[in-house]
Design a protein around this ligand. Structure first.
Ligand SMILES: [Zn+2]
Length: 381
């Protein structure tokens, strides 16, 4: 149903509540335990209907119910796969597809770069569900009565329902993402799109929350189950819409973060130079950071400011600078012109306290200190 680009959050890869069931086109496909519970519930709810169309099945009706739940899961997966394939077509890497209690999430690693891409990635999901539902409905009409027809009919109903519900224009539903793309197109501002679609999502959540009361008011009788379901779905939609609004606020501030303007001037020193001498030279040069280089002048270590401060003055003349430096791994080297979301993603992929910034020609530009980035980010509020 929903799909999105969480800023980083690779945590779900080792999510203990999710079961990896395979991969399609290099995308991890996962099922959360919450979905397995819902699937079991669906099998249980479908069983009496199955009993009616094919009496005498006995306990086998639950097996048939489970088979229906599996088919339903597969059709929901097709919905998510359609989002994933569309994203890949636009060159956006897709990390995973996860089914959870109310549908699925396709985790796309990068934001679509145009409203058109955003529109198609979102719209293809409900279109896929409506197509599956329509196909199943056509099949249902020409099939002989019986168990198989019942299952095909139930698949038609659920997929049509999923397709229609996902057209509701509030985030996190696909329709909300379509609305976001439309506002983005109109205003040229993706964050404004998210704010509008997020607030629309909150309205949808409130309508869901009060739906049993609204139904009562319209003269439809409701039971306690309706209130529980409305509470669960309403709460889920509210928190997802709120999350979208929050992330839009964060994202709107990201372009202000530019590595080049946050960089500290750095001084390159030989690895074996005593720390005291390195610090003295850095102070003389007005450099806010230190990088160690090997005999050929290649940067090999990033000096950690906290480690320097933690080293007592009387130890500094006897300690080689390399002792307080972290080896420059590939992930710790960034281009000086990186900024915004790309910068945040690069930092999340290789968490560190310092990063080496290189010029276009590979020359040493400076050092980016994580705490400087954090401070700059808090200052933009
Ligand atoms: Zn969807």
């Amino acid at each position: 149903m929903a799909h999105g680009t969480g800023l980083g959050a690779p945590a779900e890869r080792n999510d203990p509540g999710a079961l990896r069931i395979g991969s399609i086109a290099g995308i991890d496909v996962m099922v959360r335990t919450s979905w397995l519970l819902v699937a079991a519930l669906i099998a249980y709810i479908a069983a009496p209907g199955i009993e009616q169309v094919s009496p005498g099945l006995g306990a086998l009706k639950y097996v048939a119910g489970a088979a229906f739940a599996v088919l339903l899961t597969l059709s929901l997966l097709l919905h998510e796969i359609s989002h994933a394939i569309m994203a890949q077509r636009f060159g956006l890497p897709v990390r995973s597809i996860t089914l959870h209690f109310i549908g699925g999430v396709t985790a796309i690693e990068r934001e679509p770069s145009t409203p058109k891409q955003a529109f198609w990635i979102s719209a293809v999901g409900p279109v896929t569900s409506l197509a599956i539902g329509g196909l199943a409905f056509a099949l249902w009409q020409v099939m002989p009565e019986g168990l198989l027809q019942f299952v095909v009919g139930a698949l038609a109903g659920t997929n049509l329902l999923v397709g229609v519900l996902n057209l509701v224009p509030g985030m996190p539903l696909d329709g909300g993402l379509v609305l976001r793309a439309a506002i983005w197109k109109l205003t040229g501002n993706p964050h404004r799109g998210t704010m509008v679609a997020g607030w629309a999502g909150r309205v949808v959540a409130l309508l869901m929350l009060f739906s049993p009361a609204i139904m009562e008011w319209l003269g439809v009788s409701t039971g306690p189950t309706d209130y529980i379901v409305a509470l669960l779905l309403g709460w889920f939609l509210w928190s997802a819409a709120t999350q979208a609004i929050m992330s839009a606020k964060v994202r709107a501030r990201l372009p202000a973060l530019q590595a080049r303007s946050l960089a500290r001037r750095t001084l390159a020193v030989p690895e074996h130079l005593p720390l005291a001498e390195a610090v003295r030279r850095a102070q003389d040069a007005g450099a806010g950071s230190l990088v160690t280089v090997d005999s050929s002048g290649r940067p090999v270590g990033l000096v950690n400011e906290e480690a320097v401060l933690a080293t007592p003055d009387d130890r500094r003349p006897w300690l080689p600078t390399s002792a307080v430096a972290r080896t420059v791994d590939p992930g710790l080297t960034l281009r000086a012109d990186i900024g915004g979301e790309d910068l945040v993603r690069a930092m999340q992929e290789s968490p560190a306290s310092e990063y080496l910034l290189l010029d276009d020609d590979g020359g040493l530009y400076g050092v980016l200190v994580t705490s400087d980035v954090d401070r700059a980010f808090s200052a933009t509020t």
